[in-house]
Design a binder for this molecule. Structure first.
Ligand SMILES: NC(=O)c1ccc[n+]([C@@H]2O[C@H](COP(=O)([O-])OP(=O)(O)OC[C@H]3O[C@@H](n4cnc5c(N)ncnc54)[C@H](OP(=O)(O)O)[C@@H]3O)[C@@H](O)[C@H]2O)c1
Length: 239
């Protein structure tokens, strides 16, 4: 997908933060953006307005039935899908000694199960069209172990392996790549983030726009770039 102009790209969790930055950037590149959200309706409407009145798609991604309905709505609205950015996710902190089944499912249903089924829905359509681009947002936490986020790290490591396995499964028409953000704050700050900042070779935290740059690279790259994981983390993963 060398040019994004006119391409239909779905961004999940696009109402705010990194997803919003990705949606705005894709709109600037000329893409027809499909804005997914779940609970952040006001922010989604604002983002959609800034993306030229882009259509909104509401779905709780924990449910495969809702994922299927969302893709059917995209069929109705656009009649095709050229790109998928799996950005929506959950992040919680739990002592692994006390994690419950419900805690585990809370993370994995959105961070890993939904990513797989969104990839499946998109890929069926992209195969029929003859081309497509999928970018999964993983995390530095999928590359490096964080003791109090073992369940989250496992979900994001799963996203990384899913990216690599699906890159093989969906080739040659479709590429599947992943961007792994480092610390990308939107006003929040805590001791763990301060410690990560201190260890970051770039000496600063990142921005949603920097994640969007990497997403655009993968969306525009030829099908010779697939199964790749790009850490956008100021070099933190190299420590
Ligand atoms: N920010 C960071 O420092 C950082 C670092 C590493 C990796 N990442 C990854 O980058 C991506 C974006 O990060 P972020 O911090 O911008 O994310 P975020 O604000 O925590 O989450 C993005 C969106 O995910 C959606 N979401 C959550 N549960 C959902 C569900 N059940 N169904 C549908 N949507 C759901 C939410 O949509 P609604 O608000 O509409 O409900 C939310 O706005 C995530 O994949 C995250 O893991 C972020």
């Amino acid at each position: 997908m060398p040019e994004l102009n006119g391409k239909v790209v779905l961004v999940t969790g696009a109402a705010k933060r990194i997803g919003r930055a990705i949606a705005l950037r894709l709109f600037q590149e000329g893409a027809r953006v499909a804005i997914h959200y779940s609970s952040s309706e006001a922010e989604a409407l604002e983002t959609a307005g800034e993306c030229g009145g882009a259509p909104l798609f509401r779905a709780n991604l924990e449910s495969v039935a809702e994922i299927e309905r969302m893709f059917a709505e995209i069929d109705t609205q656009f009649g095709r899908i050229d790109g998928l950015v799996n950005n929506a996710a959950r992040f919680t902190k739990f002592d692994p000694l006390t994690v419950t089944e419900a805690d585990w499912d809370y993370i994995h249903d959105v961070n890993l199960k939904a990513v797989f089924f969104c990839c499946q829905q998109a890929a069926r359509r992209m195969k029929a069209q003859g081309s497509g681009r999928i970018v999964n947002i993983s995390s530095l936490g999928g590359l490096r172990p964080w003791a109090e986020h073992a369940h989250y790290c496992a979900s994001k490591a799963g996203v990384i392996m899913l990216t690599q396995a699906l890159a093989k499964a969906f080739a040659p028409e479709i590429t599947v790549n992943s961007v792994a953000p480092g610390v990308i704050p939107f006003g929040e700050w805590n001791e763990a983030m301060a410690a990560m900042l201190k260890a970051t070779p770039a000496g600063r935290v990142g921005t949603g726009e920097e994640i969007a740059d990497a997403v655009v690279y993968f969306l525009r790259a030829s099908n010779f770039v697939t199964g790749q994981i790009m850490a956008v983390d100021g070099g933190l993963s190299q420590r």
